[in-house]
Design a protein around this ligand. Structure first.
Ligand code: PLP
Length: 357
């Protein structure tokens, strides 16, 4: 078996996706499946499509190209605000993009005219998370300018919460989004079919019955892929399974060593000052994976008796004092991953990937 390795259970992703799609459908909400944490893996996209997502959403054009090259023809949404330099590529390969800059939208308009296409725009509104988005106060004047541009059509308003600022979706902030959409419809005679109320982080509000009327689309990745490990951190949604991804890495060293470094200490390889608790001599292992592939804070050992000590670029150090039976060099240990480690492991060319159909 190749090591290190991420195995991806596509059946679990499909079941999770179906649970999300059906719950959303019953609330009048359509779902775009977000494959970015898997770098646009086509088989993962197919699992989401089998479950009934309305389309796919990706943060990077490279991933959209990968999905298109695999013959996937569904509606494709670009999540990250496009770079000015990529306007033509965006029009060529994405049906719809999330936008917040008039200059970029003007470039999309020009590219669309050159290509004889109409590119759909979802205008992003910043409701306080302070990542992307037009400030609510500036929205209507932005719409007034965009409706004059040929080659682009505003099809909705969207927002992103729960990311940079960790702002929780609420009836209040998402209600503002729906109200702004209504105002733009009335003022400009636009249809604005989509009000896109965020990512997996909006699902707890939906389940609690607090999603305001008018929100009719969500863009969901984490809940389908990771079963809401990060989204439903304190209060799991029983319909979702967190076991789709398993990371395994191989023990390359196994020795009993003191639990506290010996000698005068400074900073570690990354400029941090590490802290160690004195526990006497413990059996420690080194696994063949490191910070180039994961982060140590978002790795969760599957076996009890495995503790994470720390990691450098290429080595993950584990405390194996309590692991029974005693491991041997060459054994593999398995982990679940939080979003941070999943993103890195899937992006790392040093981590093999295996799909379970
Ligand atoms: C990543 C992303 C999503 C999906 O987020 P999940 O937490 O994976 O559901 C939705 N919208 C935008 C704009 C994103 O960047």
């Amino acid at each position: 078996m190749s090591s290190p390795l991420v195995t991806i259970d596509l059946r679990i992703i499909e079941r999770n996706a179906r649970a999300v799609v059906e719950r959303c459908r019953s609330a009048g909400i359509e779902v775009f499946g977000v494959t970015k944490a898997t770098c646009g893996t086509p088989e993962v996209a197919h699992a989401m499509l089998r479950a009934g997502v309305a389309g796919l959403a990706e943060s990077r054009l490279e991933n959209i190209l990968r999905l298109r090259a695999a013959g996937i023809a569904c509606p494709m949404m670009l999540l990250r605000v496009p770079a000015l330099s990529q306007a033509e590529q965006v029009v060529r390969h994405a049906d719809l993009s999330l936008n917040s800059e008039l200059n970029v939208i003007a470039a999309l308009s020009q590219a669309a005219q050159r290509l004889g296409a109409v590119h759909k725009i979802m205008l992003m509104v910043d409701l306080g998370d302070l990542r992307e988005g037009i400030w609510p106060h500036d929205l209507l004047s932005a719409v007034a300018q965009i409706v004059r541009l040929p080659g682009v059509a505003i099809v909705g308003l969207g927002t992103n919460l729960n990311c940079l600022g960790g702002v929780l979706p609420s009836a209040d902030n998402l209600g503002t989004l729906a109200a702004l959409a209504e105002e733009a419809r009335n003022r400009f005679g636009l249809e604005l079919p989509y009000v896109s109320g965020g990512n997996s982080g909006s699902l707890p509000l939906l389940l609690a019955g607090g999603m305001p009327a008018g929100v009719n689309q969500l863009r969901i990745g984490e809940a389908m892929l990771q079963g809401g490990r990060d989204t439903f951190y304190d209060d799991p949604w029983a319909a979702l399974d967190r076991g789709a991804f398993t990371l395994s890495a191989e023990l390359v060293e196994l020795k009993t060593k003191p639990s506290v470094p010996i000698g005068r200490t400074g900073v570690d390889a990354f400029g941090r000052t590490p802290q160690f608790v004195s526990k006497g001599d413990h059996l420690r292992g080194i696994l063949n994976i490191g910070l180039q592939d994961i982060n140590a804070e978002t790795l969760f050992p599957l076996s009890s008796g495995v503790g994470i000590v720390g990691a450098s670029s290429d080595h993950l150090i584990v405390d194996l004092h309590d692991l029974h039976p005693a491991p041997r060099v060459g054994d593999c240990l398995e982990f679940r991953m939080g979003y941070g480690s999943l993103l890195k492991a899937m992006t790392s060319p040093y981590v093999h990937k295996e799909l379970l159909q």
